[in-house]
Design a protein around this ligand. Structure first.
Ligand code: SF4
Ligand code: SF4
Length: 422
C-alpha cells in the first residue's frame, strides 16, 4: 500500500516537462567514475544556443522544470543569467546539480538565489573527507561542498537541497550510513545512481569500482528501507529493477531510458540503430554485462529478424500502460484481481509468463525495417519489450525461455506476482 502511494505521487513529478540544459563542457572535480571526462573540452556553449534551448523546450500547460547542469554548471560565468532567464520564461522550477567546491562564495550564493535558483543537488559519494575526496579525485572537495551545503540551508531555507550519490564498490557497504549522516543535516531527498560502464570508470577504474548487485543486495535493501522514513524522498537511477524487490516504488520510470539514449548519448546510440547495428557502440560487448542498457541493446539485435505479431481475434496481447495508475484503471488495483482477470480471458494470452498463464508466448518487435529511427525503436522498446523478471526467477524451471512481464506490471503489482515453479 505504502509503495503504491509513493509511486502514484512520483508519477505526478514524472509527468512534468523536465529538461536538462548543458552549459559547461568542463568540471572542476575529476571523479574516478566520470562518464564523460573524455568529452570535456573546457568550453561553454554559445549563450544564444543555451537560451534558445531553454525557450524552445518550455511547454505551455505543463509543469516545467529546467535542470541547468553539465558538467559543472556553476563554473559558467553566466550561470545566474540562465537561472534568471528560465524564471522569466515562467519555468516552475529551476534546479542545478553541482559539486559547488571551488566557485561557491557568499556573493555567488546571493547572485544565484536572487536570480531564483530553487533547487540544488549536491554530489556527495561518501560521508567523510578521505574517501569522498578520493572518489572525486580532488583534495578538499568534501569540506568545501559540506560548508556550502550548511551555509545554504542556514541562509536560504526556502531552497530545496538534495544529494546524489554514485554507488560503487568502494561505498556500497556504507550507503545507508552516508544517507543517515546527511539526514542529520536535515537532507531528506536523495538521488541514488548506479555506476555505468562509460568514461573513466570503465577505461581506468573498472576493477576498483565494479560491484556485483546480487552479492550486495543487503546494503541496497538497507538503503531502500530508508525511503520509508517519513518525509524522505528517494529516487534511483540506472539500477536494474531486480534490485528493488519489496521496494518496487523505487524502480525508475521506464521512460527515463529516452533521456539516456535519445538525449545524453544520442551520438552513441543513433548510428547503432540507424545502421541496423552494423555500426556498434565503442562499449559494445566488452561492457554490456555491467550496463543497465544491456536489455535495450540486446533486444534490438535479438528482435531485428523477427516478425511483429499481427492482431488476431484468437489471442489477447497484454501490452504496457504508460503509468501504473493506468494499469489500475484498465485492469485492477489488487494483484489477485489482475491474476483472476487474466485467467478469465477466453483467448491465448501473449506477453504473460508461464507462472501466470500456461502458454508463455511473447510478442517480438520488428517493424524496424520500415521505421529505422532511434526514436522509433526506443518507444517500441519501452512499450513492448521492456519486460523484467525477479532474481527469484533464477530458480524457476521456465527461466531460460521466459521473458517475464512488462516492467509497469511489476511496478503496479510488485515482483511478488511472479511465482517460480521449481
Ligand atoms: S549494453 Fe549497449 S550501451 Fe551498454 S555497454 Fe553494451 S553496447 Fe554499450
Ligand atoms: S517465475 Fe519468473 S521465470 Fe518463472 S515463469 Fe514466472 S516470470 Fe518466468
Amino acid at each position: 500500500m505504502e509503495n503504491k502511494k509513493n509511486f502514484l505521487s512520483k508519477e505526478k513529478i514524472t509527468k512534468q516537462n523536465r529538461i536538462w540544459v548543458r552549459i559547461a563542457s568542463v568540471c572542476n572535480n575529476r571523479c574516478i567514475f566520470c562518464l564523460d571526462s573524455f568529452a570535456q573540452n573546457w568550453t561553454f556553449p554559445e549563450e544564444n544556443e543555451i537560451k534558445k534551448q531553454i525557450k524552445d523546450w518550455y511547454k505551455k500547460w505543463y509543469d516545467n522544470r529546467v535542470i541547468i547542469s553539465w558538467w559543472e554548471a556553476s563554473v559558467n560565468p553566466k550561470f545566474a543569467d540562465y537561472v534568471r532567464y528560465s524564471k522569466e520564461l515562467w519555468y516552475d522550477r529551476v534546479q542545478t546539480v553541482t559539486n559547488w567546491n571551488m566557485y561557491a562564495s557568499e556573493i555567488f550564493c546571493k547572485k544565484v538565489f536572487e536570480a531564483w535558483l530553487e533547487e540544488v543537488t549536491f554530489s556527495f559519494h561518501w560521508h567523510n573527507e578521505t574517501l569522498h575526496d578520493y572518489l572525486v579525485d580532488t583534495a578538499g572537495a568534501f569540506k568545501k561542498s559540506l560548508k556550502w551545503l550548511i551555509y545554504i540551508k542556514k541562509n536560504y531555507p526556502h531552497v530545496i537541497i538534495n544529494i546524489d550519490i554514485v554507488v560503487n564498490k568502494i561505498n556500497i557497504k556504507f550507503l545507508p550510513d552516508i544517507i543517515k549522516f546527511f539526514m542529520k543535516l536535515w537532507v531528506y531527498e536523495y538521488d541514488i545512481l548506479q555506476i555505468i560502464p562509460f568514461g573513466r570508470w570503465f577505461q581506468e577504474n573498472k576493477e576498483k569500482l565494479f560491484y556485483n548487485i546480487e552479492e550486495n543486495i543487503k546494503y541496497l535493501q538497507d538503503t531502500w528501507k530508508l525511503s520509508k522514513v517519513p518525509g524522505m524522498y528517494m529516487w534511483t537511477n540506472r539500477f536494474p529493477s531486480e534490485a528493488f524487490e519489496w521496494y518496487e516504488d523505487l524502480i525508475q520510470d521506464p521512460r527515463k531510458i529516452k533521456s539516456e539514449v535519445m538525449w545524453e548519448w544520442k551520438h552513441h546510440f543513433e548510428p547503432f540503430i540507424v545502421s541496423w547495428w552494423e555500426i556498434k557502440q565503442d562499449c559494445f560487448w566488452i561492457a554490456c554485462e555491467f550496463c543497465f542498457l544491456n536489455q535495450y541493446c540486446n533486444d534490438f539485435i535479438k528482435n531485428r529478424d523477427k516478425n511483429k505479431l499481427e492482431s488476431d481475434s484468437s489471442y489477447e496481447i497484454i501490452r504496457w500502460e504508460e503509468f501504473p495508475s493506468q494499469v489500475y484503471e484498465k485492469y485492477w488495483e489488487k494483484k489477485e484481481d489482475f491474476i483472476k482477470y487474466l485467467k478469465d480471458i477466453d483467448k491465448l494470452l501473449i506477453n504473460i509468463p508461464k507462472c501466470l498463464w500456461w502458454t508463455g508466448i511473447y510478442e517480438s518487435y520488428n517493424d524496424i525495417r520500415e521505421e529505422k529511427t532511434l526514436e522509433d525503436y526506443t518507444y517500441k522498446y519501452i512499450n513492448n519489450l521492456y519486460r523484467k523478471k525477479s532474481l527469484r526467477c533464477n530458480s524457476c524451471k521456465y527461466n531460460k525461455t521466459c521473458e517475464g512481464i512488462h516492467i509497469n506490471f511489476i511496478r503496479s503489482y510488485w515482483f511478488s506476482i511472479l511465482q517460480p515453479e521449481l
